[in-house]
Each structure stands twice: as structure tokens, then as C-alpha cells.
Design a protein around this ligand. Structure first.
Ligand SMILES: [Zn+2]
Length: 446
């Protein structure tokens, strides 16, 4: 097969021609739960006292159609059993999916159901931003970020371009918008987006960046270099970003942007090494712990996000160092952290994917019995299928899940000739997916 694979479309085509896609899809299938039986039981459980009708477990409405919903999502390993299911109306289910209420809160609600009508889940509060814009730009930046969340980021890029044409714009505001524009561009998929964003930032040297934008500028440059696989250079920019963040707050009051830059320093260090020794792992874990406690102290949405991020990095270090017990422990802690969050304390849309991947990795690599290995294969297959559905996913995720799935499958062939073929060919294809950021399967610095 010819060289590198640059896009998800191309990858899908290669997988299809080799007959791999249908096999992976079949691995993802599992026994469908008998929805009707669960529905009956839940309808008996959640019933309004007055109308004697089944109601939404959260808002108590009985007029709307009700759905049997998982509390702990299937992607992160939630089982289809009665105590992990709840009856919700469409709007409460949608809001729960967006993190309006945490998983652990929903567990409590499902357990001790009282018929009291609660606040509608749709009224969840807005999400604060880490990189605070200058006051004069706050409303504009808020709108741009909202467009990004609604998946029209490229329209946001055009709006920023229009705004930048205003010749009366202050220098600091102009620089801020330029960095924001680069950030929005790099969120578009593919290597081209990364190069384009990098070009934008490189036109402004650091010496010309006003002090209030410097932390943001360094972080973005470092992030782009990390995406491009230039880990050593990325590390330098992230270190500079951490210094800028410290300079702004003073050494004793480190904030979340300090944590963000420092965690990225660690990521670059891990990604650039082919092997993590036990001693190295110990040092990294200690540093991550310190950063997690800074994030926790900061609290709020971004404090929560970075606390979870630290839990993710802890697990990745254990995995890379081949710690079996440490990995299981870190996995449970990470899932617990996530389950405690809602949209105001750190919940994020992409987390389920991260957890699904890492849970699959731990089950497949460190399984203690055959069922855990089977679980790992299923989780990874599902995760892989969801990532190659469209072109929104970064290659790092696709590559990580793909290689891990191929290796898990190789352990799980049970002599089945087709599985052996699929495991080999899948690994062969996936290693050709171009990626520079992977922590789990690092490549040489490019
Ligand atoms: Zn409801």
C-alpha cells in the first residue's frame, strides 16, 4: 500500500477495500438489551402519585415521550442493567448528555426518586473561559466560542477576519484576535489547518506581543507544534507559557493557565520518549499530582477540567510505564472524577471519548480474565467506529484507538483466521496514519 494516510476519508477507503471495516463494525455489536422489559420495570418505578402515569425521573413530566437512558454512558463502560438505567423525557435526556447534571447526581436521583418537580435541566449555566479576553472584546469572543461549540467554527474565523479589518483596533486587541483566529483555524481537521494556523502566529514574533497576550500566544504556538509532532520545540513554548502565567499571577498564586501549560510540558516529555522507566514515571506522577492540586484549588469549570486532565495524564503515564495495578487504580479514579462533574464544574463533551479509549486500553492490555479482554476489544471497536464516522476527529485519536484495537484483537483471535488477518492488516494500515501528538504510541520527533 502506498505511503502515508492524511485524512479520515482516505483511511475509511483503505479499510473498506481491505474488508476490515465490516469486521470492526461486527466487533462493536453487542447483545441488545431487552428494552421493553427494562421499560416496564422503570415505568413501574417512576410513576406520578397524582396522575398514576410513568414520568421523567428528573422533571416529573408525564406528558412528553419518555426514553430509557443509561446513567453511566455505554461508551465509558456503563452496563445495561436496571440500576444503570433511568426513564427521562427527551429534553432532560438531551441536557443530561450535555452535562447539565453530573452522573453521580443522576445516580442519586434515580435511586431515591421523589415525585417533586425539579428545575428544568435546560437552564444550565454558561461555561467560563480560561483565556480571558480584554473587557472590550468579551461579548464578541463569547459569540465566537459559542459558534465553535455549535460546530460552525469556520464561520467564526471569517467573523474575526472582518473584525480585524477595523483599522481603529488597539494593538493588544488586534493581537488577541489574531491568536484566537489561529486557535479557531487549528480546530478545523487535518494537517493543513495546523500549518495555516502556525503561519498566522509566526507572522507576529513574541517580542511584538503585548504582555497581557503573551501566555495565550506561547500556549497556542506550543500546542500547534505538539499537534505537528515537534515535541521538543513545543516543550520550550509551553515552558515559556507557564512562566508567563506565573508572572501574571505571582509565584504563590498559580492559576489554571499555569496548570494547562505545565501539563502540556509533561505531555511533550512523555510523547517524545520511547520508554518510560519506573523512576521517570515516579517523577512525572509527582509533578502531575502537584498540578492537579493547583487545579482543584482554583475550582470552577476550568479548575475541574484540568483536574480531570491531570487524572487522564496520570493514567497515561501508568500505561506507558506498563504499571498494571497503577493503571487500574488510575482508571477508576479518572472515571470517578468525571462522574462527579456537571457543566459548571468541569464536564466536557470530548471526555467520554478519552475515557472510552483509555478504558479500552486498560481492559485490553491489563485484563485479569477473558471477559475483561473481550470488553476491551468491544470498547475499542466502538470507539474506533465513532472516530472514523466523519472528518472532525484528529488523527492522534484515530491512530491511538486503531493500533490499540489491532493489538487487542491479536490477543483475542482464539485461532480465528479472519481475526488474525484483521489484526495484522489493521495495524499495518493504522501505523501509516500521520500523527505527531500521540502519547500512547509515540513517533520520532519530526
Ligand atoms: Zn424531564
Amino acid at each position: 500500500m502506498a505511503g502515508r494516510i492524511e485524512s479520515t476519508d482516505q483511511l475509511r477507503k483503505v479499510l473498506e477495500t481491505r474488508g476490515l471495516l465490516s469486521v470492526v463494525k461486527r466487533l462493536d455489536m453487542k447483545d441488545r438489551a431487552d428494552n421493553q422489559a427494562y421499560r416496564k420495570r422503570l415505568e413501574g418505578k417512576y410513576r406520578s402519585r397524582k396522575a398514576k402515569k410513568p414520568v421523567c425521573a428528573y422533571c416529573g413530566d408525564h406528558d412528553r415521550s419518555l426514553y430509557v437512558s443509561h446513567i453511566e454512558p455505554v461508551e465509558i463502560g456503563g452496563p445495561t442493567t436496571e440500576n444503570n438505567l433511568v426513564l427521562l423525557c427527551k429534553s432532560c435526556h438531551g441536557a443530561f448528555d450535555k452535562g447539565a447534571v453530573s452522573i453521580s447526581e443522576m445516580k442519586k436521583i434515580a435511586e431515591r426518586w421523589t415525585c417533586r418537580r425539579r428545575r428544568s435541566l435546560e437552564e444550565s449555566s454558561s461555561v467560563p473561559e480560561m483565556t480571558k479576553p480584554p473587557a472590550a472584546l468579551r461579548k464578541f469572543v463569547c459569540d465566537i466560542r459559542k459558534m465553535e461549540r455549535e460546530r460552525s467554527g469556520q464561520a467564526g474565523v471569517r467573523q474575526i477576519a472582518t473584525r480585524l479589518r477595523d483599522t481603529g483596533l488597539k494593538k493588544a486587541h488586534r493581537t488577541y484576535l489574531g491568536i484566537l483566529q489561529a486557535e479557531m483555524i487549528r480546530r478545523g481537521a487535518g494537517r493543513k489547518a495546523i500549518d495555516k494556523a502556525m503561519n498566522k502566529l509566526e507572522t507576529v514574533p513574541l517580542s511584538e506581543v503585548p504582555p497581557e497576550c503573551r501566555g495565550y500566544y506561547c500556549y497556542e504556538r506550543g500546542y500547534l507544534l505538539r499537534l505537528a509532532g515537534r515535541h521538543n520545540q513545543a516543550c520550550c513554548w509551553m515552558k515559556q507559557g507557564a512562566r508567563e502565567a506565573r508572572r501574571r499571577t505571582g509565584a504563590h498564586r498559580a492559576g489554571v493557565d499555569y496548570v494547562a501549560a505545565s501539563v502540556n510540558v509533561i505531555l511533550c516529555e512523555v510523547a517524545s520518549q520511547s520508554r518510560i522507566t519506573p523512576q521517570k514515571a515516579k517523577g512525572l506522577l509527582r509533578r502531575i499530582d502537584q498540578l492537579a492540586s493547583v487545579a482543584r484549588k482554583n475550582g470552577g469549570y476550568w479548575g475541574g477540567r484540568w483536574e480531570l486532565n491531570c487524572a487522564v495524564q496520570t493514567l497515561q503515564v501508568h500505561i506507558r510505564a506498563d504499571h498494571k495495578r497503577g493503571s487500574w487504580k488510575a482508571l477508576n479514579k479518572m472515571v470517578k472524577t468525571f462522574e462527579g462533574y456537571d457543566a459548571t464544574t468541569g464536564w466536557g463533551e470530548a471526555d467520554r471519548q478519552t475515557i472510552s479509549l483509555l478504558r479500552g486500553v486498560v481492559h485490553a492490555r491489563f485484563h485479569r480474565n477473558c471477559a475483561e479482554l473481550a470488553d476491551g476489544v468491544r470498547l475499542l471497536a466502538r470507539s474506533f467506529m465513532s472516530r472514523i464516522k466523519d472528518n472532525r476527529q484528529k488523527p492522534e485519536g484515530i491512530r491511538d484507538v486503531g493500533i490499540e484495537l489491532a493489538r487487542a484483537l491479536a490477543r483475542y483471535t482464539r485461532g480465528d483466521a479472519e481475526r488474525i488477518r484483521v489484526a495484522r492488516q489493521l495495524e499495518d494500515v493504522i501505523t501509516k496514519v500521520v500523527d505527531g501528538t500521540s502519547v500512547l504510541w509515540p513517533q520520532r520527533d519530526v
